[in-house]
Design a binder for this molecule. Structure first.
Ligand code: PEP
Ligand code: MN
Length: 413
């Protein structure tokens, strides 16, 4: 570029900056008017949305755009987005003004779990017969309370953007998941020994990883495969987390293990095979620990979000999701990484979503490009398996990265 072209580009750019500032100021002015309308409507107990008015407004901006020589489609798309924000903004204001009317107290999930609430959200909330014709014990029949705003014919509501427009940020010690900067979770598939988990923890922390993973209760396809070190593994994982000052995440397989796992782990992982293990979802919901819920390999996004609803409805608002690949006809990779679920889920739910490319592709050399793809898709984080000696790993060696691959990946976070 010659110096005169450069200066005219710079000049045009500064004019663009001024125009952008004016557009933003006008949006702020518009928002103030929206607030006025919101107050009047609340007083008159009127609905926030008015589809007729919205259609009229969009027609109007289309015709203004056409007169101004701008694409009417572009104007409509932009204003649809602006309208959407206005509606969410008004909903938040109403919730804040009327905490008892809306969804529990403002700014919290307002989770209730009382089984004897009058509107317990269950088609079979009343004691029902078990296989032997006797009434089911109350604790087994227990359903979460349906929040106001939900309807009986949809299976999830608390996790939706309709219920809460703002992103949920899950805090694990100093780590924030879902705040806009992606996190890295790394570590071995299974905790195998003190030396193995300590070496892994050191490498994860040095690479800038945020959470250390390590399975202790392993869901293996074959009953003859290594099943994990169980509680002894939990102790080793917790020791590694303390030694290297990094929070730890591990899978819990059974409701009876939740207390032991919650006592040593900072995040409870629900594995793909257990995504619809409802007693387990209820138990981790009640455990007062953040939960990472993996997508079942044969679960739709709706089923995944319904499973998340279980955890939230049973007490834990601190849930994040993990896409780990789904079963398709493709057999080259272990599963098919469904990266499209990331934007879909982010549109539908306020919960963060991370991506696990290791279990999805099953082959270590394909993991780094998929990590980059997940970050490009704006996932809230990535989980990868890494091992000091992948060739000797007791589980998932072929998809585990050597520890010296971590620093390069860490640079992306
Ligand atoms: C794991 O992360 O250790 C695991 C078993 O993954 P998934 O549940 O996704 O198969
Ligand atoms: Mn694994």
């Amino acid at each position: 570029m010659t110096s005169s072209t450069l200066s005219s580009v710079q000049d045009a750019r500064s004019r663009i900056d001024e125009i952008n500032a004016r557009v933003v100021e006008l949006l702020a002015e518009r928002q103030a008017v929206v607030d006025e309308i919101c107050d009047v409507k609340a007083e008159a107990d009127e609905d926030i949305r008015d589809p007729e008015r919205e259609a009229e407004l969009l027609d109007h901006v289309r015709s203004v755009a056409a007169d101004a020589g701008l694409s009417p489609d572009l104007a409509e798309t932009l204003f649809e987005e602006i309208l959407d924000h206005s509606v969410q903004h008004q909903r938040r204001r109403r919730e804040a003004d009327a905490p008892s009317e809306a969804n529990g107290s403002a700014g919290t999930e307002g989770v209730e779990t009382s089984a004897d609430a009058p509107d317990a959200w269950s088609r079979n909330g009343a004691p029902s017969p078990n296989g032997h014709g006797t009434p089911m014990p109350a604790s087994r029949a227990e359903a979460a309370t349906r929040p106001d705003g939900a309807s009986a014919d949809r299976s999830y509501y608390r996790v939706t953007r309709e219920h809460r427009a703002d992103d949920t940020i899950v805090h694990v010690d100093d780590v924030a998941i879902g705040d806009g900067s992606p996190i890295l979770i790394a570590g071995p598939c299974s905790v195998e020994s003190r030396d193995q988990i300590l070496r892994s923890a050191e490498a994860v922390v040095e690479a800038g990883g945020h959470l250390l993973r390590g399975g202790c209760f392993k869901p293996r396809t074959s009953p003859y495969s290594f099943q994990g070190l169980g509680e002894a593994g939990l102790d080793l994982l917790a020791e590694a987390g303390r030694r290297f000052d990094v929070p730890v995440i591990t899978e819990v397989l059974a409701p009876g293990d939740v207390a032991a796992v919650a006592a040593r782990a900072d995040v409870l992982q629900i594995g793909a095979r257990n995504m619809q293990n409802f007693p387990l979802l209820k138990a981790v919901g009640a455990a007062e620990r953040p939960v990472m819920l993996k997508r079942g390999m044969m679960a739709s996004i709706d089923e995944w979000l319904s499973a998340a609803e279980y955890v939230v409805a049973h007490g834990s608002p601190n849930v994040f999701l993990c896409e780990r690949g789904i079963q398709t006809f493709e057999s080259t990779t272990r599963y098919t990484l469904d990266l499209s679920s990331v934007p879909v889920v982010q549109e539908r739910t306020h919960l963060p979503v991370v991506v696990d490319p290791s279990h999805a592709c099953g082959t270590r050399r394909w993991v780094p490009p998929l990590v980059r793809a997940a970050v490009a898709a704006r996932a809230d984080g990535v989980m990868v398996e890494a091992h000091p000696n992948p060739q000797e790993a007791l589980s998932d060696g072929p998809q585990s990265l050597p520890l010296d691959a971590l620093p390069r990946l860490g640079k992306l976070f």
